[in-house]
Ligand binder design. Structure first.
Ligand code: RRO
Length: 306
């Protein structure tokens, strides 16, 4: 499917589908995504120190998607990067994104410095985890000024590794944050992280279902929010967008590209439909391009803007 090949920040992808930094994100899942033909993948966000994550249950499926409060469960940057180096030796392709999360600007810089040394294809600054609060009660990158400072400082130590900023929809104006990231030197934006946080209550037990009570919402129900965010970001910045949030069908893919995305994050749909979803979406998208006589998937980017 030659018409699905694309480029993002100068890196070549055989198709636009990316496994986002998910709510499980363990190695077997990454391997299965590669075998299923994913175009690129993101490792689970790493923090300076290991984190056990939030109390169980951390993930809950409901009628319209999932609720998660994983709480950044990860082995910490040092062990995490060793695991990624090992993984990349076995699977040098497709392109891979190392995701990082911190609650202080100086900590972000330390993480980026370490991650850049292993030369991943991209570094993602997770400016938007809904399940870990900083001293102000929200993710550090959910305001324009700290987002600008994080990116500016990170770019100084990122060597040549392109920086992607992952944004939250749970802000008053996502374009302000996107603009701040671009001004700070970001190479790309990924949007959106999960919506909310939300809550579900077990009416028999008479208490919230998730161990942490609330968590980020993902899945088909958030797709219109993701589409609107990507549409607005595309009108605001010049850097490319990795669009995600509830993409489940090939029609969603076409719409997300038309809104302004160049790459497409598909995560929750792999839990709903299995890893075969990548082949299903690729087939649907390739057939659509052929039927519509559109040469390449990249020609769809931004088509919905007049
Ligand atoms: O680990 C999580 O709880 C988590 C993260 Br880091 C994130 O970025 N988004 C999300 O929904 N969950």
């Amino acid at each position: 499917m030659k018409n699905l090949a694309t480029e993002f920040c100068g890196v070549k992808f055989s198709n636009p589908f990316i496994l986002p930094s998910g709510f499980i994100g363990e190695t077997p899942e990454n391997e299965r995504a590669i075998v299923a033909g994913v175009g690129g993948l993101t490792f689970k966000s790493l923090t300076a120190l290991p984190r056990q994550g939030n109390p169980l249950p951390r993930v809950w499926r409901y009628d319209h998607g999932f609720l998660n409060s994983v709480g950044l469960r990860n082995p910490g940057i040092d062990k995490g990067l060793l695991e990624i180096v090992k993984f990349r030796k076995e699977f040098p392709q497709p392109p891979q994104i190392v995701s990082l999360f911190a609650t202080k600007i100086s900590e972000f810089v330390e993480l980026v410095e370490k991650a850049a040394k292993i030369k991943p294809d991209f570094i993602e600054l997770n400016l938007s985890c809904p399940n870990v609060e900083d001293e102000f009660g929200k993710s550090l990158g959910m305001a324009a000024e700290p987002a600008f400072k994080i990116v500016k400082a990170s770019k100084k130590v990122a060597r040549k590794v392109p920086i992607i900023c992952k944004l939250s929809p749970n802000v008053i104006d996502i374009t302000e944050i996107a603009k701040a990231c671009e001004s700070g030197g970001a190479d790309a934006i990924s949007a959106i992280n999960t919506v909310g946080p939300g809550m579900l209550i077990d009416i028999k037990k008479r208490k919230p279902i998730l161990g942490a009570k609330k968590g980020g919402v993902s899945g088909p129900g958030i797709f219109p929010v993701a589409l609107r965010c990507v549409y607005e970001i595309y009108e605001t910045v010049k850097i490319p967008i990795l669009g995600m949030g509830g993409i489940t069908t090939w029609q969603d893919c076409v719409a997300m590209l038309m809104a302004g995305a160049t790459l497409l994050g598909v995560g929750t749909a792999t839990y709903l439909k299995g890893m075969g979803v990548y082949a299903e979406l690729a087939q649907g998208l390739a057939t659509y391009l052929k039927t519509e006589k559109i040469k390449s998937v990249s020609d769809l980017t931004g088509m919905a803007h007049s």
